[in-house]
Design a protein around this ligand. Structure first.
Ligand code: UT7
Length: 329
């Protein structure tokens, strides 16, 4: 009895927003952005697209990669903090756009940790065979909640989506274990103040830029390094794994200095760490999913490899997992 990833996909919008573009919008520089974050450019979705559109494109690629028919999917879990609208769920919208009907669909809100949370949910549902195939999606239009007058956040964020098909399997390889954590007391370090039941949209919330993401960057930075390192340690200890057993570490792509700090504290050399932050910036839940898909397609993951994914985000939330990759190259 087990659960395994049988296909992955990702979708990045075509439009590129470079550091040079941002230099014209806010008081920043390419040099500051690259040295403080590692980001060179990010993708921005077109006006007529929303998170579900990005998610659908990623899902179609994952379905193709898995070699299954869309009809075989029994559940859609969508991780997003930029849902198309408050309700219905983006998962239901994606279901309809994929032409599927009468299956379980719901969203999860775990910010940047959402893809790993989603994979763990899918593992729980498929492990005992109750569900055979689940589509996990992370889709984010972070540009829609970015204040392009706030230089401390607008240089960081980008749009994108990732998907994975999680399947019930007969062997114990695949998604071996996950560790999920959160600490709500830090919620005010990273949030969108308005647009929910506490502070509904009004002229005032719009004019005060309260529908955009706010972040206490340096406080979040310190907690991120500790929380991700501790999430990796916990999952290693629980499974009697050591840093040298890992073929690839796939961390959330929020800041290259956070990634380097986590790798250093875990004793994992940077050659074994997947980094694509320079191309996309922070895409919230989509970051680790896109990284997983790119790592597979770039030949950085082979059958039998032990992969560790780790993430961290608003909530605050954090998550790690261990995957013994068992899909043929
Ligand atoms: O995905 C969820 C998790 N998110 C994260 O993990 C993000 C965590 N935080 C970070 O990555 C970093 O804290 C930032 C990249 C957001 C900021 O880097 P930092 O090294 O922590 O900078 P800082 O906030 O301490 O600011 C240093 C200086 C400030 O100027 P003063 O006060 O020293 O004069 C800022 O005003 O850098 C200034 N600054 C900028 N300068 C040029 C902040 N943003 C910019 C900018 N361009 N874009």
């Amino acid at each position: 009895m087990g659960s395994t990833i049988i296909g992955t996909g990702s979708y990045l919008p075509e439009k590129i927003l470079t550091n040079a573009d941002l230099e014209k919008m806010v008081d920043t520089s390419d040099e500051w952005i690259v040295t403080r974050t590692g980001i060179k450019e990010r993708r921005i979705c077109s006006e007529n697209m929303s998170s579900s559109d990005l998610g659908v494109e990623a899902a179609k690629k994952a379905i193709l990669d898995a070699g299954i028919s869309a009809d075989e999917i029994e559940m859609i879990i969508c991780a997003t903090i930029t849902s198309d609208m408050p309700f219905p769920s983006t998962a239901c919208i994606i279901q309809s756009k994929l032409g599927l009907d009468n299956i379980a669909c719901f969203d999860i809100s775990s910010a940047c940790s959402g893809f790993i949370y989603g994979l763990e949910l899918a593992r729980s549902f498929t492990n005992n065979g109750c569900y055979r195939k689940i589509l996990v999606i992370a889709a984010e239009c972070m540009s829609r909640v970015t204040d392009y007058t706030d230089r401390s956040t607008c240089v960081l964020l980008g749009d994108g989506a990732a998907a994975a098909i999680v399947s019930h399997s007969g062997d114990t390889d695949g998604i071996i274990d996950s560790y999920l954590g959160s600490s709500g007391k830090y919620g005010n370090l990273l949030y969108i103040p308005a647009g929910g039941s506490k502070l509904p949209a009004s002229h005032e919330t719009v004019s005060n830029h309260l529908h955009f993401m706010k972040m206490e960057g340096s406080a979040v930075f310190k907690i991120a390094v500790n929380a991700m390192s501790s999430a990796i340690k916990k999952i290693f200890e629980r499974n009697n794994i050591h840093a040298e057993d890992i073929s690839l570490l796939i961390p959330h792509q929020a800041n290259i200095r956070i990634i380097q700090g986590v790798a250093r504290s875990m004793g994992v050399p940077m050659e074994k760490v997947f980094v694509n932050i320079e191309k996309y910036g922070n895409m919230s839940a989509a970051s680790v999913g896109v990284a997983l898909d790119e790592a597979v397609k770039a030949g950085r993951i082979h059958k039998g490899d032990l992969v560790c994914m780790v993430s961290f985000g608003a909530g605050l939330t954090w998550a790690s997992n261990l995957i013994r990759w068992n899909k043929d190259d």
